[in-house]
Write a protein of this length. Structure first.
Length: 59
């Protein structure tokens, strides 16, 4: 199974929900250079924390 990417047009119905969740987890927990080597989940958590603190902190 392609853990990093599924080709465009892939029929997702051939994969179980557990397999799709594992792919999503793999992608969302992999550090990215563009995020300063944080994971997408860490970057998203930072945005959520700032949004709770108020709109002035989002910049």
């Amino acid at each position: 199974m392609a853990w990093q990417y599924l080709p465009k047009g892939t029929d997702l119905s051939v994969y179980s929900q557990d397999e799709l969740d594992a792919i999503a987890d793999s992608l969302n927990t992999r550090p990215r250079k563009t995020l300063g080597w944080r994971t997408p989940l860490e970057a998203y958590a930072d945005v959520l924390k700032k949004s709770v603190a108020g709109p002035d902190t989002l910049q």
